[in-house]
Design a protein. Structure first.
Length: 120
């Protein structure tokens, strides 16, 4: 009985996450820009710049080999991604945070990308 309740809750959480992702992604897609997509796990953070019209990833960076706190690594990922974007001649992006709230490491990554020269 208890396990069925847990399974139902997990299913509802998954549905609400998917709804949130779709809502954020549709707003991002409406801007007709390349998209800066963020993935955050408990230990690491990764970001990539995606051109949805050409269906190509232009640049991707993660913090697997970086040192420092999670916040510092997230900011470094943002700055490094901005450097990679400059090589691809990309300056304007739409920030796709998926279902993550815009605080903590996601915010640090965005600040690092802005400092690196990307414009949202």
């Amino acid at each position: 009985m208890f396990t069925m309740l847990i399974k139902g809750l997990l299913k509802q959480i998954k549905k609400s996450r998917i709804r949130r992702v779709k809502r954020v992604r549709m707003a991002v897609m409406a801007q007709k820009r390349v998209r800066l997509s963020v993935f955050r796990s408990n230990k690491h953070i990764a970001a990539q710049i995606i051109d949805d019209t050409a269906k190509k990833t232009l640049a991707a960076v993660n913090d697997m080999k970086m040192k420092g706190t999670k916040q510092e690594r997230a900011k470094a990922v943002g700055m490094q991604l901005a450097q990679e974007a400059k090589k691809q001649k990309v300056t304007h992006v739409a920030f796709d945070r998926a279902w993550y709230k815009f605080h903590g490491r996601v915010r640090s990554l965005a600040e690092g990308a802005k400092e690196g020269g990307l414009q949202f």
